[in-house]
Design a protein around this ligand. Sequence first.
Ligand code: A3P
Length: 272
Amino acid sequence: SLQGEGREGAAPNGSAQQLPQTIIIGVRKGGTRALLEMLSLHPDVAAAENEVHFFDWEEHYSQGLGWYLGQMPFSSPHQLTVEKTPAYFTSPKVPERVHSMNPGIRLLLILRDPSERVLSDYTQVFYNHVQKRKPYPSIEEFLVRDGRLNVGYKALNRSLYHVHLQNWLRFFPLRRIHIVDGDRLIRDPFPEIQKVERFLKLSPQINASNFYFNKTKGFYCLRDGGRDRCLHESKGRAHPQVDPRLLSKLHEYFHEPNKKFFELVGRTFDWH
Ligand code: A3P
């Protein structure tokens, strides 16, 4: 039937908004945009374009699931809807809220070397200030206090993956949380994306030929039906040079937390 055609410009016949069957919960600067874009190569995936911040922002959460549904893209019934909001991973209230929406939901968590993530986190905030023509202190001013590593720096806390994951494991079994290796996603995205396809029980439709290395960008870019595109220039930025001794302190700081994290997930990662 042609019912609705022309009336619902954005919504072709039979399409509707669906609550997400999977959410990319973080981590901030882990490669969440790359993961979302790469997963969107799959014809059975419909992704919300913007970060929705439903479960972590009270002014959104208080509006209820109807509001959340309204943020989702139009999709066919056979498609999976996905949204990404990296702040979810580190927000203590979020796991229970996601669970109360759908206890069977599949969660995607992309992580990278925690020290590298700190530098990326700093770089993000630095450029936010540059954009607003505001000054911003050097990374050393955040990392060092009284000659020691400043463990009060918030970016450090966000890299304590075991602390945050524990909040999620109170509501979800580990088999519902797929961890994407963000460092591998940078170096060789296709195998990491194949694992995600399997976790989400999607048919294997993303191909190696959907990815090509762009030398100018220094990262993999996407080839989608003959259309080539790289992520925004804000993705894949150079990080500040940090004194090697300070960098070792950072690596040292994460050594024990990383071990705890590996034990928690029964798997190791190639981190400093
Ligand atoms: P940097 O810009 O610090 O290198 P998020 O989307 O969660 O903010 O993560 C941003 C990070 O995604 C980037 O951090 C970059 O390292 C990583 N990334 C992974 N794959 C990428 C790709 N194909 N192109 C650009 N950035 C990618």
